[in-house]
Design a protein around this ligand. Structure first.
Ligand SMILES: Cc1ncc(C[n+]2csc(CCOP(=O)(O)OP(=O)(O)O)c2C)c(N)n1
Ligand SMILES: [Mg+2]
Length: 636
């Protein structure tokens, strides 16, 4: 029988929610409350409350929401628990932006969050946004409204089709999903979510579908012990079965080893650097891990692939041995399977079986990068390392290409301004602006986020990080609007940082909601809007492929500074047309303890000094025939 607010000391009734919330607050957590007797083991709770208690038990305390009729019941539980101070809800203006902020929070600080939406369009906005955590391996919860399970007739905003489980099928295609059709299955759903969101090597989005009629249904005598908690354990080093010896033989036989470093190598920086020396290898870093090998490291050939760099692509093009560490071979980074034309042997370290056997000619080491590299290093030391003293011819050649790349970049930085046909004046180039801004961010300890487009490609070609965790660029999904939305994570974290979102005019307008949400929730960061008055990356691709630009710009002038200034609380600035004026604007933004926007007109045009070029192959547009033919010729 429901009671009121536990005033009579009861905590077990459906109506005792507020008292339970206070008990959780007093004990410092659900598990803690259970252990100290602050909460009884068996309770009558609604499914919505069981879900929230379950998430709290997994240390999910941040909820980003756009509520609707599909989620008011969960919303009411969140209200009561927030009032008690055990969680924080942030209402935002767009579900995709909520998803980006939750993904960024996980990426930068490791803190977890849940995105809460209504049924239908809101849920689909979140689903679209979840391509980011799905692509970049980030654990994020999604609580989305779903149609009623009694099938009394069509629900507004459901998929209009006489069929069961349509949302479940849709969501389960993109990640792990569970529909709480049967409330008593809640602990199993929460356990599946835990395994996905807290996966030790590759987290992902977990979608908990909450039918509108089961949310308020009561679980009588629900046993809190059933709530899962604690992260699943990580894998260790790969099992042997002779694979290490075969790998070491291949390394000692090779003359030109390239080590491709992906997101799975995060946390294995020290092992990796030792391995580079022992194997006489050079590193080519995926854009998701800048700084994992420091920029200045003599064996760092930086990025490679269809955007790439002179040195990174040279190393890929010439290598006879590929050591792939925690990478999944996305087209842009391995030139659509044509990136390693001379490779005779692959050593592939990955925790994911499919990724570990991606290429032929592979010795696959199915295990965690750090411990597996440690074991490889140990055996290499035993067998006598190579390349210990003199730089080998391979390293010398690569270093020469690295010097060429540095000179190529310097030439652009020395010519930071060009006359632009649209702006009708001299403006900064993107390379010059991104270089000045990221140097500034490094010096000021700001975390840089990159949006899609030329901004992103220039970004990963330019950044000079000497440690991991300074730059976050969603090259997995390359989702326009990610970077600006990511700034909201500065307001959600308990580990404060200042964010710099480098965005294009196209990307910014995908999610301008950050101007409002950022002010309301207290974001600390700056949007640097590089305005070339078009979707530059696509225009450049059209130009390169077909010689004609089409449908990638419009003629509408937007005064982004005024637009930003119209939101009270946003500091709106102009970046001028020199690197000095840009840095001055960044300094002014940094002096403001809130959200700023700097509008910076930038160059778009044919002058090669206006960009950083492309160096590899890509299986898109009219390059498809040649790229695919080469892929089959290589046969890797
Ligand atoms: C949501 C989304 N839609 C479309 C794309 C395809 N796309 C990639 S870059 C780009 C243009 C980006 O324009 P802008 O942000 O202005 O950056 P620029 O390339 O001009 O520097 C587009 C349309 C995408 N990555 N994400
Ligand atoms: Mg643009």
């Amino acid at each position: 029988m429901a009671q009121h607010s536990g005033e009579n000391g009861s905590l077990t009734g459906v109506g005792d929610r507020a008292a339970r919330a206070r008990a959780v607050a007093r004990a410092g957590g659900v598990r803690e409350a259970l252990m100290c007797g602050g909460l009884p083991k068996r309770l009558d709770v609604t499914l919505s409350e069981a879900v929230v208690l379950g998430l709290l038990a997994q240390d999910v305390r941040t909820f980003l929401c756009v509520l609707g009729h599909g989620s008011t019941d969960v919303g009411e539980v969140l209200r009561v628990y927030e009032e008690a101070g055990v969680l924080r809800t942030c209402c935002v203006r767009h579900e995709t932006a909520a998803s980006h902020a939750a993904a960024a929070l996980r990426w930068v600080t490791g803190e977890k969050a849940a995105v809460v939406t209504s049924i239908g369009p809101g849920a689909l906005h979140a689903l679209a946004g979840s391509l980011v955590p799905a692509s970049d391996g980030l654990g994020v919860w999604y609580l989305v409204g779903d149609e009623t399970t009694e099938d009394e007739g069509p629900n507004m905003q459901q998929i209009p089709k006489q069929e069961q489980n349509l949302f479940l099928r849709l969501f389960a295609t993109l990640g792990q999903a569970y529909c709480l059709h049967t409330p008593a299955a809640v602990s199993t759903a929460l356990r599946r979510g835990l395994a996905t969101v807290d996966h030790p090597h590759r987290g992902g989005p977990f979608y908990l579908l909450l039918p509108m009629n089961t949310q308020p249904s009561v679980l009588s005598g629900f046993n809190l012990d059933e709530l899962p908690h604690g992260a699943p354990p990580p894998m260790g080093a790969a099992a042997d079965r002779g694979a290490y010896d075969r790998a070491v033989d291949a390394i000692l036989r090779a003359r030109r080893a390239v080590v491709r470093v992906g997101g799975g190598a995060r946390g294995a920086g020290a092992e990796l650097q030792e391995f580079l020396d022992l194997a006489d290898g050079v590193a080519v870093l995926s854009p998701v891990v800048p700084g994992l090998v420091p920029y200045a490291h003599p064996r760092n050939m930086l990025v490679g692939g269809s955007k790439g760099s002179i040195c990174g692509n040279y190393a890929m093009e010439e290598a006879d041995l590929l050591v792939a560490v925690g990478t999944r071979f996305v087209c842009q980074s391995d030139c659509s399977r044509t990136g390693y034309p001379r490779v005779e042997q692959v050593i592939n370290i990955n925790t994911d079986l499919d990724d570990a056997v991606h290429y032929g000619k592979s010795v696959s080491l199915l295990g965690d990068a750090g411990p597996t590299l440690r074991e490889l290093n140990r055996r290499l030391r035993e067998r006598g390392p190579r390349g210990a003293q003199e730089p080998s011819p391979w390293l010398r050649d690569c270093r020469a290409r690295r010097a060429e790349w540095e000179a190529f970049k310097q030439e652009r930085y020395r010519n930071p301004r060009l006359y632009d046909e649209v702006w009708k004046t001299e403006v900064l180039t993107q390379p010059a602006a991104v270089k000045a801004a990221t140097d500034w961010a490094r010096a000021r300890d700001a975390v840089s986020f990159f949006d899609a487009g030329d901004v992103q490609a220039n970004g990963f070609q330019i950044v000079e990080d000497d440690r991991p965790g300074c730059t976050f660029t969603d090259t997995g999904a390359s989702y326009m609007g990610f970077a600006v939305s990511a700034l909201l994570s500065t307001a959600l974290t308990s580990r404060p940082f200042y964010g710099l979102a480098l965005t294009g005019d196209g990307s910014f307008m995908m999610n301008p909601q950050i101007l409002i949400d950022g002010v309301f929730h207290g974001a600390r960061g700056c949007i640097l809007l590089l305005d070339n008055r078009r979707m530059g990356a696509i225009a450049a691709l059209q130009e390169a492929q077909y010689g004609r630009v089409y449908a990638t710009s419009d003629s509408v002038e937007v005064d982004y500074r005024s637009l930003a200034a119209s939101v009270r609380g946003v500091k709106a600035l102009h970046g001028g047309s020199t690197t000095e004026s840009l840095v001055a604007a960044l300094e002014e933004a940094r002096g403001y303890e809130g959200l700023s926007l700097i509008h910076l007109p930038v160059y778009y045009g044919p002058n090669p000094l206006g960009g950083l070029g492309a160096f590899g192959r890509w299986n898109v547009g009219n390059w498809v025939r040649d790229t695919q033919a080469l892929r089959h010729e290589i046969g890797l």
